[in-house]
Write a protein that binds this ligand. Structure first.
Ligand code: ATP
Length: 441
């Protein structure tokens, strides 16, 4: 019964109604393609980021993290090639003056905005970095850019990290943070925005001795990314791995695979995996004069390592997870919308729902809530009918609901309802913590 055509509209509406994602600056009429994460959205996003950090930093011995400044010395962007190369082809309709990214146009013969035929200007390269000025004087000497990717701050800190951590190659550095791109055509909700978050790893490997030596690391990270995608509850059948043709590779890359997700608006990039060679460390060495090299402690060999980069967008992850988890069912003739999120991602783990507002019941229910809320994120709700409360929790993906009824006063037990199966179980209040520890952790 699910209608694919308006799935995006349904998701956008659910996200707003249920406090996941709001349109940015809404009371002032909004701001093109900017979004704010609400109380549930921030929990979901934090779960993704914390899960990623745990899996790729804490649980590994070959990885460390950093959190660098968003605005860096302009020389960083000279050295990385972003000042010269980080641009998209821009065309403008001569009739309505709407601007488009040329490679995103379905047809160059007709303006999608006003319908004018053959009305586009010749394309010119538009640099996507956001410019700003440092200090009060808006002079060219004070120009700075907001970072368009998190990667470069890892490269420029290579020496500091190495001195401190004494990691041996191969090892990686991870970072989660905001990136900014002045996209010509943002859109499709949080898929393409001008401000977004990335989770990136730069994985440093030895200089390839033979031609394809680096490929085993590339294939390893390709597998790791697929495992991560599955842990998000995303079915790999909805993922397409696109091998980027040589002539379309970014200026720093020798091999790139885009992990595309089947979004309702079309198959498009969720994540990227690139072999960046030694391009960045080499250029930063050249531009800064600092030797960004590694000394092998056993052989004494000095070299500039090569790099494999798994690059993941947090916001596109949020979107893909919600799309994948969204399901519509019919239960006893009534429609039921459920967000079948993996338990570890659900913003609220347990909802406590007393069947009556009477004081004797709410006293017991509140105690259950206060106890469980110390360990799991819980919500207490005593408004509306129990059916409506279940529906709300289903829509926000809460895996467990607890109902407290008058029987609870006698048998010191409550009923637990599981989200997907809707199966109910009676559990003693004193056993709840252990029960959920097994289920949730
Ligand atoms: P696209 O081709 O869609 O513009 P890209 O190839 O430029 O993306 P990368 O430079 O590889 O993207 O960035 C790494 C990741 O950052 C992407 O896989 C995506 O998840 C995320 N990302 C990039 N641009 C945006 C954006 N404008 N809004 C949201 N997420 C983005």
């Amino acid at each position: 019964m699910e209608n694919k055509d308006n799935k995006m509209e349904k998701i956008v509406s659910l996200c707003k109604r249920r406090g996941f994602i709001f349109p940015g600056s809404e009371i002032y009429g909004g701001m093109a393609n900017s979004y704010d994460y609400g109380p549930l959205g921030v929990e979901l996003k934090n779960n993704i980021k914390q899960g990623w950090w745990k899996r790729f930093v804490h649980q590994r011995t070959d990885m460390v993290g950093i959190d660098a400044a968003l605005i860096m010395n302009t020389k960083v962007w000279e050295a990385s090639g972003h000042l010269d190369n980080f641009s998209d082809p821009l065309v403008e309709c001569k009739k309505c003056h709407a601007r488009f990214r040329e490679d995103h146009l379905k047809s160059k013969d007709k303006c999608p905005e006003c319908g004018a035929k053959k009305s586009f200007t010749a394309s010119k390269q538009f640099n996507m970095m956001f410019k700003t000025f440092i200090g009060p004087a808006e002079e060219s000497a004070n120009v700075a850019y907001l970072r368009p990717e998190t990667a470069q701050s890892i490269f420029i800190n290579f020496k500091n990290i190495l001195n401190f951590s004494r990691k041996r190659i191969p090892f990686g550095v991870a970072q989660i943070g905001k990136a900014f791109r002045n996209e010509i055509t943002p859109g499709n909700f949080i898929f393409r925005t001008r401000e977004f978050e990335q989770m990136e790893i730069e994985y440093f490997i030895p200089v390839p001795k033979k031609d394809k030596d680096w490929n085993k690391y590339f294939e390893y990270w390709r597998d790791e990314m697929k495992k991560w995608i599955q842990e998000l509850g995303i079915d790999l059948k909805n993922i397409h791995e696109l091998e980027i043709p040589k002539k379309e590779l970014a200026h720093y890359s020798k091999r790139t695979i885009d992990f595309e997700y089947k979004f309702p608006f079309g198959q498009d990039e969720l994540y990227g995996l690139a072999y960046r060679t030694d391009f960045d460390l080499k250029n930063h060495t050249k531009f800064s004069g600092e030797k960004l090299e590694y000394i092998d402690p056993e052989t004494g060999e000095k070299y500039i390592p090569h790099v494999i980069e798994p690059s993941l967008g947090v916001d596109r992850t949020v979107l893909a997870i919600i799309l994948e988890a969204y399901s519509e069912e019919e239960v006893k003739g009534e429609p039921r919308v459920v967000l079948k999120l993996p338990v570890w991602l659900a913003p609220i783990k347990i909802a406590i729902l007393p069947l009556s507002k009477k004081e004797e019941l709410s006293k017991v229910a509140h105690k259950v809530y206060e106890d469980l809320n110390q360990e799991f994120i819980c919500e207490y709700d005593e408004t509306q009918s129990i059916g409506k409360r279940y529906r709300r929790q289903d829509e926000i993906g809460t895996p467990y609901c607890i109902t407290v009824d008058f029987e609870s006063l006698n048998d010191k037990a409550v009923t637990i309802r599981e989200r997907d199966s809707m199966k109910q179980e009676r559990i003693k209040i004193g056993e709840l913590k252990d029960y959920f520890k097994n289920k949730i952790e």
